[in-house]
Design a protein around this ligand. Sequence first.
Ligand SMILES: CC(C)(COP(=O)(O)OP(=O)(O)OC[C@H]1O[C@@H](n2cnc3c(N)ncnc32)[C@H](O)[C@@H]1OP(=O)(O)O)[C@@H](O)C(=O)NCCC(=O)NCCS
Length: 408
Amino acid sequence: VTPTRIARAEPDELGACQAAFERAFSDGFSEAEARQARELLETERCFTASDAGGIVGSTASYRFELTVPGAALPAAGVTAVGVLPTHRRQGIVTSLMRAQLDDLHERGEPLAALWPSEAGIYRRFGYGLAARNARIDADRWRAYPEIPRSAHVSTKLVSTAEALALLPGIYDKAARCQPGFYSRSPAWWEHHTLADIERLRRGAGPLYRVVAERDGEAIGYALYRVGRNWVDGVPKNTLEVVEEVSATHEGTRAIWEFLFGIDLVERVRADLLPQDHPLFVLAREAPRLRWRLGDGLWIRIVDVVSSLQARSYGQPASLALQLDDDFCPWNAGRWRLEGSPDGGQLTRITSECDVRLDSVCLAAVYLGGFSFVELGRAGKVQELRPGALARADALFRIPTAPWTAGAY
Ligand SMILES: CC(C)(COP(=O)(O)OP(=O)(O)OC[C@H]1O[C@@H](n2cnc3c(N)ncnc32)[C@H](O)[C@@H]1OP(=O)(O)O)[C@@H](O)C(=O)NCCC(=O)NCCS
């Protein structure tokens, strides 16, 4: 085995990085995807593992802001993690994760986030599941939501250019109060969200864009495509909802009324719904939604001080935390958190603590996706003082579950 060198990617190495990533996933990217990577990836945020034969592994991250309770924080959107099948189980991804987390720490980016393809890998690096997403595979007629039409709200189909003008405003309004949302740049909207790359349609039709308006103001949108399937002359098409984001509850209702009303469709599918989506309550027959709860965004608290100080808390209270974090030891130790709706204060202490948890569990509670009591029941968080888990929940609780509308 030749030694592997870990380094920041050179400006001209993006193509080679992508080729290695392609082989790690045994995939074949189109020219459109290569262009997307050139537009959105910054080489100085990519790390490569190379041996004498060239690049054998990579990791990269987008520069985002992630909405957390009461604030938005710089967060690295980790992507392109892969090692060639010929070089697996030699510790290469471990070295890449080490380089990346050290770099983020030096940059002062307090959070990292990812959508794992292999969920078994990332806990050892301190990432934890922070949010759950709901999925539906609905029988359109039996699940049809009972939504009264409002005379003030209308829907319209828009072109890509109109979508580029209207959708970011709706998204930004929704993102402001929704923990789990990441910021999108104009380039991201153009080259990612609205790019409609043919290979990624998975056999379905082109991307459609619908906008809901109230008295002329855009309040919600959805992106969707239709998978065509005619059997014996009968349409049995499937509507794939790529994402739905609304700035008001009325917008959400109007968009779903529109989506379930599209003709020639038998099934309505969506993968990235919030776990408390109103469809469950609105459906004519909820079981016909075939509602499933799955894993959503994973996060890593890169810097515990800035992360815990930036978010807001349910009520003024104090909690002493003993944090285990072997991979990012600068976070480890005993801390006192003084939290209030205006933010937090974190200081090192030497006295006894209320709860003991590791960085995976801290990620789970940070956005409000999981409770301390729930993690305690699973034996993942230790209650060192009676009643401490319930007190911790009162501090970390948020009114709506965290949710990320679009994967990246
Ligand atoms: C998954 C992948 C990145 C792991 O890379 P690697 O260099 O082989 O990983 P390492 O050798 O550093 O292994 C780190 C640890 O993870 C474990 N591990 C590696 N791959 C794993 C997998 N697929 N599932 C569960 N554990 C895994 C190893 O056993 C090792 O554990 P240990 O420290 O207890 O010995 C690589 O196999 C790969 O590129 N797979 C295909 C693409 C992919 O799935 N990428 C992940 C995208 S989210």
